[in-house]
Design a protein around this ligand. Structure first.
Ligand code: CA
Length: 228
């Protein structure tokens, strides 16, 4: 089930959006100011952020700017004024899409669906886009990876895992999340398969797999990528 984070300070609007998206089968998280929104967007496994521009403490543009330093989660900006819309269109804010208030719930639902679908088909990046982290670089289009410019021989799954880690350095990823996002299982299979895959991936990424420097274990929680 895809998870949508609604960042909006007006409770009535949050309730309305949440009601409509839940009816479509989405799981909803809520945040009522910019700071809380930023924290939740980074801390959890969110598939789409619905981000209002006018927020207390930190406006939506600032939330987005900070979020983009760490995450490429799709962001649908909600604007109330023409000048906000112009700012989204005119600047490289990193928003994936925007919608203008007042909007119909039907239109909103359609946009949410489209942006989540786009993310799933992209799986980690756009055509020809490259991702980087530490000494690693991946090319999403060619599905190739390198370390310090030297090509890495990765399986399809190892490549997907590396992309997943590079997308959010420092964020601890649970084995359940990896299983769901990389293996694509809705239910949880044998989680030891994840540990085995991590061990193999380390043998390809690490200088010393016994003392990993990039793919780090957070005991009892999962794994995270350290870009050094
Ligand atoms: Ca607002």
């Amino acid at each position: 089930m895809a998870k949508v984070l609604i960042v909006e300070d007006e409770k009535a609007i949050v309730d309305l959006i949440a009601f409509n998206l839940k009816r479509e089968g989405y799981e909803i998280q809520e945040a009522y100011d910019g700071q809380e929104g930023l924290e939740k967007a980074q801390a959890q496994d969110i598939d789409l952020v619905l981000l209002d521009v006018m927020l207390p403490y930190m406006d939506g543009f600032e939330v987005l700017r900070r979020l983009r330093q760490k995450s490429d989660v799709p962001v649908l900006m909600v604007t109330a004024r023409e000048e906000e819309r112009d700012k989204i269109l005119g600047l490289e804010t990193g928003a994936d899409d925007y919608i203008t208030k007042p909007f119909s719930t039907k239109e909103l639902t359609a946009r949410v669906k489209a942006n989540i679908r786009r993310r799933l088909t992209d799986k980690g990046g756009g055509e020809g886009k490259k991702g980087r982290g530490g000494p690693f670089e991946v090319n999403y289009e060619l599905r190739t990876a390198s370390k310090d410019g030297q090509p890495l021989e990765l399986s399809q799954r190892e490549f997907d895992m590396l992309c997943y880690f590079l997308a959010a350095p420092g964020r601890v990823v649970t084995r359940e999340e990896l299983m769901e996002k990389v293996w694509g299982f809705e239910y949880y299979g044998d989680l030891r398969a994840v540990d085995v895959a991590i061990r193999r991936l380390r043998e390809k990424l690490e200088d010393n797999p016994a003392d990993p420097q990039y793919l780090i274990t957070r005991r009892g929680a999962g794994y995270y990528f350290n870009k050094g």
